[in-house]
Design a binder for this molecule. Structure first.
Ligand code: FES
Length: 201
C-alpha cells in the first residue's frame, strides 16, 4: 500500500494514483489537510478504456475526503458527518437546483443527499461552469469573503462558484448545474465501483 499526498507527486503520477485527502472537520471549523491512504492503482489499459475503478472506502473517516480518478477526472468520496447531513436541508432556498431536476446523476442518487448511502457523497470534482476542480472549504460565515449565506462546502476559485456538501450549486454562481454524480455501485459495504451502475439499475 502506498501513501500519496497530492503535493508530493508530479502530474504524471498524479493521473494514475489516488490523489489525496482533505479532512473536512466535523465542526466545519478547521482547515487541516490530512495525508491519507492510497491503495488504488488501475492498469493503464483500464484507464484508457474508461473502465470502472474500485474504490476502497473502508478507511475514510467521518469528515474526510479521498479523491479517486475515473476517466481522467477526479471523483470525490466524502464521508459526511451527521452534522454535515443535518446542514443539507437548511439552504434549499438559495440553491439553483435543490431537487437536482436539471442536473446529472443516476436515478438512485436523485435524492436530498444525492447518494446511495446518505453519509457517503460520491461526485465528479469538475465544475459545471468551465471545468475547474472545486476544493473542499471549511471557512464559513460572515468572516468569509465567499458569502455570508454560504455554509461551506465546495468552492471553485476560477469564477467563484459555490456548492454544498451534496455538490449542489448555490444561486449567484456561474456554474449552471449541480456537480455530476457518476454511476456507481457498492460491491460491499466498503468497496465502491465507480463507473458502473447497480446491477439491474
Ligand atoms: S470553472 Fe468553476 S466557476 Fe468557472
Amino acid at each position: 500500500m502506498t501513501a500519496i499526498v497530492q503535493d508530493d507527486v508530479d502530474e504524471k503520477r498524479r493521473r494514475v494514483l489516488l490523489i489525496a485527502t482533505t479532512a473536512a472537520g466535523a465542526a466545519l471549523g478547521g482547515a487541516t489537510a490530512v495525508p491519507f491512504l492510497a491503495s488504488w492503482l488501475p492498469s493503464a489499459r483500464a484507464l484508457a478504456a474508461g473502465a470502472p475503478v474500485d474504490a476502497d472506502i473502508s478507511r475514510i473517516e467521518p469528515g474526510q475526503q479521498v479523491i479517486f480518478e475515473w476517466r481522467g477526472k477526479p471523483v470525490w468520496v466524502l464521508r459526511r458527518t451527521p452534522e454535515m447531513l443535518d446542514q443539507l436541508p437548511k439552504h434549499d432556498g438559495v440553491l439553483v437546483d435543490p431537487q437536482s431536476n436539471e442536473s446529472d446523476q443516476p436515478e438512485y442518487a436523485k435524492n436530498p443527499t444525492r447518494s446511495i448511502k446518505p453519509e457517503v457523497l460520491i461526485a465528479v470534482g469538475v465544475c459545471t461552469h468551465l471545468g475547474c476542480s472545486p476544493t473542499l472549504k471549511k471557512e464559513i460565515g460572515a468572516a468569509s469573503d465567499m458569502g455570508a449565506d454560504w455554509p461551506g462546502g465546495y468552492y471553485c476559485p476560477c469564477h467563484n462558484s459555490r456548492f454544498d456538501l451534496a455538490a449542489r450549486v448555490f444561486k449567484g454562481s456561474p456554474a449552471p448545474k449541480n456537480l455530476v454524480i457518476p454511476p456507481h455501485r457498492y460491491a460491499s459495504d466498503t468497496l465502491v465501483v465507480i463507473g458502473e451502475d447497480k446491477k439491474g439499475a
